[in-house]
Write a protein that binds this ligand. Structure first.
Ligand code: SF4
Ligand code: FES
Length: 235
């Protein structure tokens, strides 16, 4: 059985390993597909839908769709850009994201994605939900105002840290992250470092890297992927 398959992304042929997702194969070939919940080494849950592409004409999350031979994948189109922008705008409208006073500013993937997608305002009404900050843990804050329910920390706690210290509780608009209380969260836990926004923050660590010198202050999100293939750039 072959170990590699050939598919096209925006008309360009790429090879990919069997078992890879379309998102992984794209990244390996220097094509950045915006995403917020998928993370290398973690199982993709398909929670955010930001990584939406068209595969043989059908819309699908690229992080959960495995590669197969002959697929035609569309990543860059006005329509897909519009879908991504709408999803990111909805995330901003649904939570309380006040970037200028967030410790994660400059390192935040949601903020960086908004810049990359050219979002300068949100077309949906802000919900301003009433949510608390959980500061009980000695080492970690959990700010539910900023949580986009991506599930990275839950996956990391379960399958990388093997602790299941974080879980989702509730349904629909009442869904929220909860510390299970069975085991401690530790600052060494992967679950603490994978949050794409400022919803899980280490105490006593704020502003150690000054604003202006952070990950996305000098290059846009996705630039490290595109540096593998400078000819490709996805809006
Ligand atoms: S706390 Fe962060 S990593 Fe965890 S679900 Fe919320 S946004 Fe995702
Ligand atoms: S990155 Fe694919 S659904 Fe979130």
């Amino acid at each position: 059985m072959p170990e590699e398959v050939t598919l096209t992304i925006d008309g360009k042929k790429i090879t990919a390993k069997i078992g890879q997702s379309i998102l992984e194969a794209a990244e390996e070939n220097g094509v950045y597909i915006p995403h917020l919940c998928a993370l290398q080494e973690l199982h993709s849950t398909g929670a955010c839908r930001v990584c939406m592409v068209r595969i043989d004409g059908r819309y699908s999350a690229s992080c959960t769709q495995p590669v197969s031979d002959g697929l035609q994948v569309e990543v860059e189109s006005d329509e897909l850009l519009e879908i991504r922008k709408m999803i990111v705008e909805m995330l901003f409208a649904e939570g309380n994201h006040f970037c200028p006073c967030c410790e994660k500013s400059g390192n935040c993937e949601l903020q960086a994605l908004a810049y990359r997608l050219g979002i300068d305002s949100v077309r949906f009404p802000y919900q301003f939900p009433q949510r608390e900050v959980d500061a009980e843990h000695p080492d970690v804050f959990i700010d539910h105002n900023r949580c986009i329910l991506c599930g990275r920390c839950v996956e990391a706690s379960r399958n990388a840290d093997h602790k299941t210290a974080l879980e989702f509780i509730g349904r629909g608009k009442n869904k929220r992250l909860a510390v299970t209380g069975i085991v401690d969260l530790d600052r060494a836990d992967k679950a603490v470092s994978v949050c794409p926004v400022g919803a899980i923050l280490l105490k006593r660590q704020a502003f150690q890297v000054p604003l202006g010198q952070r990950r996305f202050d000098h290059e846009p999100i996705g630039a490290e992927v595109e540096s593998r293939n400078p000819e490709v750039r996805t809006p």
